[in-house]
Write a protein that binds this ligand. Structure first.
Ligand SMILES: [Zn+2]
Length: 220
């Protein structure tokens, strides 16, 4: 709206006839600008509801379509969320020990120019159910879907015990340094998925499972 305001300021010093015409044009500009703003806000809110749910990586976490009714209260994470964003339930509801370890690691990584973002953290059972429903639609059966998407009962994310870290440079930093914080990659096919393994500080991280189907915790 800055342009319209500037036009009004100029119009005050202009001759009367021109001023009237400019006032009409200005009024029209204001209307057009208002429509544009409403349009932008609609576009932003609808796209943010999609992107909030979208940064769920990999087939295990299901697709990335918009999920009406599932918002931040269910663990949807806005793009660019940091591990320090206490206002985001998907971050705030992580296991406090896991969150503390991730924040210490993120602080040290930041000192080396690597920034951590949270792509997924705590998720509600409803959110996990939705991911599973999407996987059933994709893979054709619940039995096949549960090879790739945890159920609300088996998901470490629902328990608050897992965090998906991005971007890849941050996951790579954790792959090299995470064990010192007790942070371990669990699945070879999910380089972003980290869980707390306190014994890793002294012993290093345990071997990864090739994928979740090899994880005994995922057997239902
Ligand atoms: Zn994960």
């Amino acid at each position: 709206l800055n342009g319209a305001v500037a036009t009004t300021e100029r119009a005050r010093t202009a001759p009367r006839r021109i001023r009237i015409r400019k006032a009409r044009v200005t009024g029209l500009l204001v209307v057009i600008a208002a429509i544009a703003v409403v349009g932008l806000e609609r576009g932003t809110s609808s796209s943010s509801s999609i992107t909030a749910a979208a940064p769920i990586h990999g087939p295990r976490h299901g697709g990335s379509t918009g999920r009406p009714g599932l918002g931040e209260a269910d663990g949807a994470i806005p793009d660019g969320t940091s591990v320090f964003d206490d206002g985001i339930p998907g971050v705030a509801k992580l296991n406090p020990d896991l969150l503390d370890a991730v924040r210490r690691a993120a602080t040290d990584a930041a000192g080396q120019g690597v920034r951590f973002t949270v792509d997924s953290g705590w998720r509600s059972r409803a959110y996990q159910e939705q991911l599973l429903r999407e996987a059933i639609a994709k893979y054709g059966s619940r039995a096949e879907a549960t090879r790739w998407v945890a159920t609300p009962s088996t998901s470490e994310h629902v328990r608050g015990d897992a965090v998906d870290i991005g971007p890849p440079a941050a996951a790579a930093w954790l792959s090299e340094h995470g064990a010192a914080y007790g942070l371990c990659q669990i699945y070879a096919n999910e380089p972003w998925h980290y869980e707390l393994r306190p014994q890793a500080v002294a012993q290093g991280c345990p071997p990864t499972y090739a994928d979740p189907t090899h994880d005994p915790r995922m057997q239902t």
